[in-house]
Design a binder for this molecule. Structure first.
Ligand code: ATP
Length: 442
């Protein structure tokens, strides 16, 4: 159950996001569009880093998982088979007095409106899929749906991928992409939106190995968030109760994060059994059973699914990184991002705009960019102010070029978290930052 938002921290994050270019309201000049957000220059780097960290740990660094990128629009029968057409709905109630709309499963008391105390309507089921039409004729036969999850693109391609990559269960197929849900109550900034990005992986296992792999993935997915810097005490696993479980799921656990508005889901790990492959076999008439060469038997693998949200994870990384430290003149806002997640890795700051410092700074900056290290060059304002700006953007390393640099070709590296400063040779900066980035990478 979600508690009401603590206005302070969330609104601070929203305004920092706008000011520094993490997230803007969509179509802001037209008054915005409810629950739609645009990632700005820092936000898009942050979110890309989150998705890349996920992809690295799920696909790049593993021998048993491959990726796909399926289309958002799929054959309408997919949603019949998956159960989304008949069952993908949320229970909706309206307040008869103030007309506010709620998800019944988010309320403690269905007798009266939590806002005004008015009487609530009976529960109605509301299908969350966005409908549109394919081609110029807007009739029933042209109806298609914007996918509400990326998983189905994986299930329908199960045999294509398995045969093309010659993998044997246990193996996985991963995908990152947009999904759409006509949520009844979007909100809490980018936490619940109607258009969002998912990072899902379906792990196909022999049926008698499902429990083992379910446990493996629940532990691995919890660890991923803390590996990339989220505070352990703000993460927890929450098992679904029997009445929360989807009808096809044998078990499900959520990875939750303690947002300012309460413990909320970041990711669900479910044992989906062989439900999806069997449903698609039945509805398409094409068998999705796997043929085991050793036993010469066909079987339907069970599926363990870690399903995460890229936007929710990005928001958790942002909220968790946010820190205000010190007092009075010493006060600073720091985003303590893990270096692999930080939007900008290094800032090059010539102390003054003369005596060869800008030229030397420019050269270091060019070298960093040439080595694919996202960096920033800033020669405006006082050095203290420039450090403060980088702290607020979460940049882990600042490189300062000063008078001594011109004499002995050394520069000062300043670490964001400890504020420790040390001199190194200018020529070793790329190597140093590359090593620090590599060491921080999982
Ligand atoms: P919720 O209970 O919060 O509606 P869910 O259990 O329906 O979420 P899943 O279907 O398990 O969500 O989707 C997997 C992941 O996709 C979620 O853990 C979340 O990170 C992300 N996600 C789902 N719906 C949204 C949304 N409306 N906005 C942003 N992310 C979402």
């Amino acid at each position: 159950m979600m508690a009401a938002a603590t206005p302070d921290l969330m609104s601070t994050i929203v305004s920092l996001s706008k000011r520094r270019g993490f997230v803007f309201q969509s179509s802001e000049i037209y008054g915005g569009l409810n629950s739609c957000w645009d990632y700005g220059p820092l936000g898009v780097e942050l979110k890309r880093n989150v998705k890349e960290a996920w992809w690295r740990s799920m696909v790049t660094n593993r021998r048993d998982i491959v990726g796909i990128d399926a289309s958002i629009l799929m054959h309408p029968k997919v949603w019949e088979a998956s159960g989304h057409l008949s069952g993908f709905s949320d229970p909706l109630v309206d307040c008869k007095k103030c007309n506010e709309r709620f998800r019944a499963d988010h309320l403690d008391n269905l007798e009266k409106c939590p806002k005004c105390g008015g009487q609530l309507t009976d529960i109605r089921k509301f299908n969350l899929m966005f409908k549109t039409f394919m081609g110029p004729i807007e009739d029933q036969s042209a109806t298609v749906y914007m996918r509400p999850e990326t998983a189905q693109g994986i299930f329908v391609n199960f045999l294509n991928v398995q045969q093309a990559s010659r993998l044997k269960p246990p193996f996985g197929i991963a995908q990152v992409g947009k999904s759409f849900r006509n949520e009844i109550t979007p909100g809490n900034f980018t936490y619940r939106t109607r258009e969002f990005e998912q990072m899902e992986m379906e792990f196909f296992v022999p049926p008698d190995q499902d429990v083992r792999w379910y446990e493996y993935w629940r532990d691995a997915r919890l660890k991923w968030y803390s590996d990339y810097g989220i505070k352990k005490e703000k993460l927890r696993l929450r098992d679904h109760t029997d009445d929360e479980l989807a009808h096809y799921a044998k078990a499900c656990v959520d990875v939750e994060y303690l947002f300012p508005f309460g413990w909320s889901e970041l990711e669900g790990i479910a044992n989906r059994t062989d439900y999806d492959l069997k449903q698609h076999t039945q509805f398409s008439g094409k068998s999705l059973a796997y043929f085991d060469e050793e036993t010469k038997q066909h079987y339907y693998p069970y599926v363990i699914e870690p399903a995460a949200g890229a936007d929710r994870a990005t928001l958790a990384f942002l909220v968790d990184a946010y820190n205000v430290e010190g007092e009075g003149k010493e006060e600073r806002t720091v985003l303590r991002f893990h270096p692999a997640i930080a939007p900008i890795k290094a800032a090059v700051l010539p102390l003054v705009k003369r005596d060869g410092m800008p030229e030397m700074g420019e050269k270091i900056y060019r070298d960093l960019l040439g080595n694919s290290i996202k960096s920033f060059y800033d020669h405006t304002a006082s050095i203290g102010r420039r450090y403060a700006r980088q702290d607020e953007a979460g940049t882990p390393y600042c490189i300062t070029v000063d008078g001594q640099s011109i004499e002995d070709q050394t520069v000062t590296v300043r670490e964001r978290d400890s504020r420790e400063q040390y001199r190194v040779s200018a020529g070793s900066i790329v190597e140093l930052i590359t090593k620090k980035m590599k060491d921080s990478m999982k």
